[in-house]
Design a protein around this ligand. Structure first.
Ligand code: URA
Ligand code: SF4
Length: 216
């Protein structure tokens, strides 16, 4: 099956990980995407945020959350009292998955499936292990499922501190005392109807205030 594990170096830091991830062929998503979009930010951050997968702009630029969703995220973080510069941001899946409406047409985001999420998880597990944050934030359903399993539901599980389960089968000491908080994906704010957008955004900020409280 699909699996990034053979590409993940057994030792080394985030730099070694990032370099290796550039050559990952663990699932078919690397074929159509421009490049691997690895996590970025403060490598010793107390807060690690996990999105779904890179979008169109992230795929071109090679950095997570540099498009419209990243704009919403940074604004919400600041409003919640968190400096975006003090965080590490990454995605559950490291390659952009999309469909085209026709030759040369716009690329439309397509949600990764369970096999792709599972294939890519060793990268996320290694990032969480190396950054070793106090709090992990799952942005939306894909990140929530990647971190907590397929029974995760955003509406039910958001805005509260949950124990972060071990991601790479580690147990005992390595399991850590991590905490996870789930919230909406910032793209859900952008996709919401006019009447619901302000409320969705306020919900995102409220959940991030819970995170800020855990870090203070
Ligand atoms: N959406 C995500 O989930 N991640 C990004 O990096 C950009 C948009
Ligand atoms: Fe590897 Fe993840 Fe890209 Fe698939 S999506 S090729 S597992 S980095």
């Amino acid at each position: 099956g699909y699996d990034a594990s053979p590409f993940v170096p057994a030792r080394g830091g985030l730099k070694a990980l990032r370099e290796a991830a550039a050559g990952c062929r663990g699932c078919p998503l690397h074929r159509e995407a421009t490049q691997t979009v690895f996590g970025a930010g403060d490598s010793s951050a107390r807060l690690l945020l996990v999105g779904e997968q890179p979008g169109d702009q992230e795929d071109r630029k090679g950095r997570p959350f540099v498009g419209p969703a990243g704009g919403v995220l940074d604004r919400a973080l600041e409003e919640a009292g968190i400096d975006p510069g003090d965080t590490y941001v990454t995605n559950a899946v490291k390659h952009f998955k999309f469909t085209r409406t026709g030759p040369g047409k716009r690329r439309i985001h397509k949600a990764p499936d369970l096999r792709e999420m599972r294939a890519c998880r060793p990268w996320l597990a290694a990032e969480v292990r190396l950054v070793d944050p106090e709090v992990v934030v799952a942005l939306g359903a894909t990140a929530g499922k990647a971190l907590l399993g397929p029974s995760f539901r955003v509406t039910r599980d958001r805005g509260v501190a949950l124990p972060l389960p071990p991601l790479d089968g580690a147990d005992g000491e390595d399991a850590g005392e991590g905490v996870l908080v789930a919230t909406l994906h910032p793209s859900a704010v952008l996709r919401a109807d006019d009447e619901q957008r302000a409320q969705a955004y306020a919900g995102l900020v409220a959940d991030l205030r819970v995170v800020a409280g855990l870090l203070s």
